[in-house]
Unconditional design. Structure first.
Length: 199
């Protein structure tokens, strides 16, 4: 479950989020649209506990990869680990068997790059590895910020198909995106504008 109730957040005296309410249930894929600078990234940061609201409450907040996986715009891959090791990380941290890593990389078209380090692949390839890392542990919640922003059309199709399947398998998925291809597979499309969520 992903939830925001009455969330307010001000940066440097500018009120960006002015009472945001939203809820995403297990098995639901919800997209968040809104103009550049409307606060989509700020809201995802609050929901995953990277930041804290001035008032109001959020779920899940700070959590493990298995409870809430995050695909930030900056990706956050560990530079000292190969792509394969990055993707395996949530499973290792949870003490779980490492399985499904090469299948995910292959599904996203980067099956031959698993032994490379992030600096040795393109940003779009890094983005696909970060997506694989976000879904590998079948998290209860998944927050993705512009997950197709750096992908070509074919790679974006594979990414969108994977995100939809993850939701169908029971994860609550919230995606900030400008891409129609992602909105098209959503159960609901929300709009963040003037500091509030509608839709
Ligand atoms: N840590 C911060 N410190 C100061 N201002 C911030 C901070 N985080 C966000 N902001 C401001 O909050 C507003 C919303 O930014 P945010 O990145 O959330 O927008 P966005 O909707 O994700 O935009 P985009 O679609 O371009 O990614 C912007 O005006 C931004 O400058």
């Amino acid at each position: 479950m992903i939830k925001a109730s009455g969330v307010h957040r001000t940066f440097g005296g500018v009120s960006v989020l002015k009472g945001v309410d939203l809820a995403v249930s297990a098995g639901e894929l919800v997209t968040l649209s809104g103009p550049s600078g409307s606060g989509k990234t700020a809201l995802l940061s609050l929901l995953c506990g990277f930041d804290f609201p001035d008032s109001g409450s959020v779920l899940p907040g700070p959590a493990s990869w298995s409870a809430c996986a995050v695909l930030p715009q900056s990706l956050g891959l560990a530079s000292e680990l190969t792509l394969e090791e990055n993707v395996a990380l949530p499973l290792r941290l949870a003490g779980r068997e490492v399985t499904g890593v090469s299948e995910l990389l292959a599904e996203l078209g980067i099956g031959s790059l698993g032994a490379r380090y992030p600096a040795q692949v393109s940003f779009g390839q890094q983005q696909r590895a970060a997506l694989a890392r976000a879904v590998v542990a079948k998290p209860a919640a998944l927050l993705a910020d512009e997950p197709t922003a750096h992908l070509d059309a074919a790679s974006a199709v594979a990414a969108v198909r994977l995100l939809r399947r993850v939701a169908d398998d029971g994860t609550a998925v919230l995606i900030a995106t400008h891409h129609d291809a992602v909105h098209e597979v959503a159960d609901r499309v929300l709009l963040l504008a003037d500091g509030k969520v509608r839709g």
